[in-house]
Design a protein around this ligand. Structure first.
Ligand SMILES: Cc1cc2nc3c(=O)[nH]c(=O)nc-3n(C[C@H](O)[C@H](O)[C@H](O)COP(=O)(O)O)c2cc1C
Ligand code: SF4
Length: 422
């Protein structure tokens, strides 16, 4: 049995309430920090923990915080990313529903460490229940002097607001999220400047994922070294994996960083439905290039998945058995990306739509083998040519599917129909 941190009390009653959270030692880390720790102490402990961002890119949290200028006459902001738009991802939802105070406590400590007095939680618009839970938890925290002016008599002030998204996947990208919070169209910004220097309303800003911040109270309570020791050399702690698709027990699993990917599927999630053969695994949300069954005997960590040519991303593991039409699976993914492209860069706007049309014609049995070369050419002209990684993600996923499952695509084209009769 591996140690669980965020989901330790899963299944217990009313874990979302302040009363139950405090009965589990909640807000003790905050008290400790406000009484005895300097902001620098907090940042140093988080650096020691090797906590890497759980939103997708896996950037070390303590290092990111260290980029924010200490001396500035501008206000600084924390934006908490609860957009959770990456298909297959549903772990931040779990935290908001069951442990909202853990995230709030982590956010308060983070703001104290960086000298922030205003934070926003940007939550996916469809998440009615998590939004209600989050708002309820914030109200409880204000009533208990854990938020607002002079928190617990420490002299530190912080306000946290919930902002509801309006249904665009791209608003999960950190700079599009800032634009959206400012009331504008959610278009990603060119970087540099990075948000740590020029972020929300032109001020220094840290953007962190809901899960990333939920680990902070535990790192304070038990130490950065303890957290680092749970994971691999460069990836500290546990992480929440959202496992979906053709597994017997889909759900959210908290496991140490570096836990074997094949064991997550075959042991934790119970294996493949009806014990059918495994065909493919997407290891980190649909932006993460697909893996074959031979490629999944690896540690599920940021570094090892990057080495395997994919990504740990948001930790969303999508499992497909042998009854999956790989052409249709890819067609759905490309349709999603073409629909969600913000349209700002030509290679992404035109490229995602073009590949979507080509894949549709392959699926309908109306394409030729040259269309596979056309896809290779379009996608190689998309990669590295855009403002944000959405265009790259689509192109790289197409290249991975076609390289690894080329027979499926060729059979579709040659037979003029889906061999699986889908
Ligand atoms: C297209 C796109 C969508 C993204 N969606 C999310 C999201 O829904 N939630 C999230 O936390 N990060 C998302 N990210 C990653 C964020 O840009 C950013 O890296 C993250 O919020 C930083 O927090 P972290 O360092 O704690 O991971 C997305 C990135 C891209 C390119
Ligand atoms: S890559 Fe696509 S989604 Fe990203 S900024 Fe360019 S057009 Fe928008």
């Amino acid at each position: 049995m591996t140690e669980r941190i965020i989901t330790k009390h899963a299944g217990e009653k009313d874990t979302h309430t302040l009363r139950v959270y405090q009965s589990h030692g909640g807000y003790e880390a905050l008290k400790k920090v406000l009484q005895d720790w300097s902001p620098e102490d907090v940042i140093a402990e988080v650096k020691k923990s090797n906590l890497r961002g759980r939103g997708g890119a896996g950037f070390p949290a303590g290092v990111k915080w260290g980029f924010v200028p200490k001396e500035t006459d501008k206000p600084k902001y924390l934006c908490i990313n609860g957009d959770e738009g990456e298909p297959g991802t549903f772990k931040d939802r779990w935290i908001m529903l069951h442990e909202p105070h853990m995230m709030i406590e982590g956010a308060i400590i983070t703001c104290y460490a960086i000298g922030i007095h205003t934070a926003y939680i940007y939550i996916r618009g469809e998440y009615d229940e998590p939004i209600a839970r989050m708002e309820g938890a914030l109200a409880e925290a204000y009533a208990a002097s854990l938020l607002g002016k002079n928190i617990l008599g420490s002299g530190f002030d912080l306000d946290i607001y919930v902002h509801r998204g309006a249904g665009a996947y791209i608003c999960g990208e950190e700079t599009a999220l800032l634009e959206s919070l400012e009331g504008k169209k959610g278009w990603p910004r060119l970087k540099p400047p990075f948000p740590a220097a020029v972020g929300l309303f032109g001020c220094p800003t840290v953007i962190n994922n809901i899960e990333t911040l939920s680990f902070i109270p535990h790192i304070i309570n038990r130490g950065g070294e303890w957290f680092a020791g749970l994971g691999t050399e460069r990836d500290g702690g546990t992480r929440l994996f959202s496992v979906s698709g053709h597994v017997k027990k889909p759900g959210v699993y908290e496991l140490p960083m570096g836990y074997p990917l094949d064991k997550i599927i075959f042991e934790q999630a119970g294996g493949i439905v009806d014990d059918r053969p495994l065909k493919a695994v997407i290891p980190g949300g649909v932006s993460a290039p697909v893996l074959t069954p031979e490629e999944i005997k690896i540690p599920a960590s940021f570094d090892s998945l990057a080495k395997a040519g994919s990504m740990l991303g948001s930790g969303a593991i999508i499992v497909m058995h042998d009854g999956t039409c790989m052409v249709q699976a890819l067609q759905r993914i490309t349709h999603f990306f073409s629909h969600e492209s913000c349209g700002q860069c030509t290679p992404c706007r035109e490229g995602t739509r073009w590949v979507d049309k080509v894949l549709d014609s392959i699926f309908r049995g109306e394409a030729t083998l040259e269309d596979l070369d056309l896809l290779a050419s379009i996608t190689s002209n998309m990669i590295g040519q855009t403002i944000c990684p959405l265009g790259d993600a689509d192109a790289m996923q197409i290249q991975a599917f076609i390289t690894k499952f080329r027979d499926d695509f060729e059979r579709h084209i040659r037979d003029g129909r889906c061999p699986l009769d889908i």
